[in-house]
Design a protein around this ligand. Structure first.
Ligand code: SF4
Ligand code: SF4
Length: 348
């Protein structure tokens, strides 16, 4: 598989990387087999996170004996020194590796969180120390918020930035990617399929292939998925006229319901975490049903039912999303799935 240089880390990695979220849904054997198949097909960049439950451990089993030549990236959601210390130690154990190639601060979506991470006695100090003693090779950050991502890139403290990028939400192409190039910060793409909203993988990946200096993380759950992606990568990268037309059509259709997770719609007087609820269709695809129903995600989606329809969030949303309708739709879908899950549990 073709490789690209990941900015100032100077690491050469496969242009397609493995995203470790969906394997949480599988049995351990299935998960290990999917990762191994990805390695067989030439993927050398593997991304996971402390927050992805079983993902790190399963990846650790799959890469056992094949570590050399791989770039392993993981991340911590903690904004505290002790939290990051604990997560880093756990990641090394679960992945069963002596070092992590890229350690990222996960989901930094407001300036306060960025300041907390960069506090001289906070999380960054922990990871920089780990870098000094060889437990971490490089330091990166992930964000969904363009202003935070831009500030992180110019700060000079991060070697990579991970940001959502696909043909529906392509704002990264205008300023963030050029800025990352200017500062030699490696650009890692999350959500190439817009969190599952784009179902035409060929068009989605061909769109991204035009940018030869980015690494795209695809969440892979089944072996045929990575085989299909590999075929796309090996085929002609230019889109046909029909594909370009289809891309424009999809962009128009999906753009009206795609949440950029910018949180400009906040605050909600009812305390509804709107951008998290908007992830519901993607959560359904990615999480095991029992995690969705019993965990924190389910509680967040359930709360959407308390929306009073005040409409203030819609006035603030720069993308004019029909937030109230979408929240109601997802809250209803969640209630139906929860009832079905409970019925199955009680009949088991
Ligand atoms: S319309 Fe609903 S979600 Fe939006 S701010 Fe009002 S209560 Fe919150
Ligand atoms: S609903 Fe609109 S304002 Fe709120 S996070 Fe999504 S895109 Fe941003």
């Amino acid at each position: 598989m073709e490789k690209t240089r990941l900015g100032k880390t100077d690491m050469l990695v496969s242009r397609m990387g493995f995203g470790g979220i969906p394997i949480q849904r599988l049995t351990e054997d299935e998960a290990v087999n999917v990762v191994k198949r990805c390695l067989d097909l030439g993927i050398t960049f593997i991304d996971t996170a402390n927050a992805y439950t079983t993902s790190e451990e399963r990846i650790g089993k799959a890469i056992s004996g094949r570590r050399e030549g791989l770039v392993i990236a993981t991340k911590s959601l903690s904004r505290k020194r002790e939290g990051v210390e604990k997560h880093l130690k756990l990641s090394l154990e679960r992945l069963n590796v002596e070092y992590i190639d890229l350690y990222q601060f996960h989901g930094i979506s407001d300036f306060n969180s960025l300041d907390m991470v960069l506090d001289p006695s906070g999380p960054m100090a922990v990871v920089e120390k780990a870098k000094e003693i060889g437990l971490v090779k490089h330091i990166g950050i992930t964000s969904h918020q363009i202003d935070i991502a831009k500030k992180a890139v110019v700060s000079g403290r991060f070697e990579t930035i991970m940001f959502p990028f696909n043909f529906v939400t392509s704002e990264a192409a205008d300023e963030l990617l050029p800025l990352a190039r200017e500062h030699d910060v490696g650009f890692i793409v999350m959500k190439p399929l817009a969190g599952g909203m784009i179902d035409n993988a060929e068009i989605a990946f061909k769109y991204l292939l035009q940018f030869t200096d980015i690494v795209t993380i695809a969440g892979i759950e089944k072996v045929p998925e990575i085989e299909e992606i590999t075929q796309i990568l090996e085929g002609p990268s230019a889109m046909t006229a029909a594909e370009l037309k289809e891309m424009q059509k999809l962009k128009q259709e999906l753009g009206t319901r795609f949440c950029h997770r910018c949180d400009y719609c906040q605050p909600c007087q009812e305390g509804i975490l709107i951008s998290t609820v908007m992830m519901y269709p993607s959560l359904v695809r990615r999480l095991p049903p029992e995690h969705l129903v019993s965990g924190i995600w389910g509680a967040i989606v359930e709360k959407a039912a308390s929306c009073t329809q005040c409409g203030e969030c819609e006035e603030r949303c720069p993308y004019h999303l029909p937030i109230r309708d979408m929240l109601a739709e997802y809250a209803n879908q969640y209630q139906r799935s929860k009832s079905e899950h409970q019925k199955l549990e009680s009949s088991a």
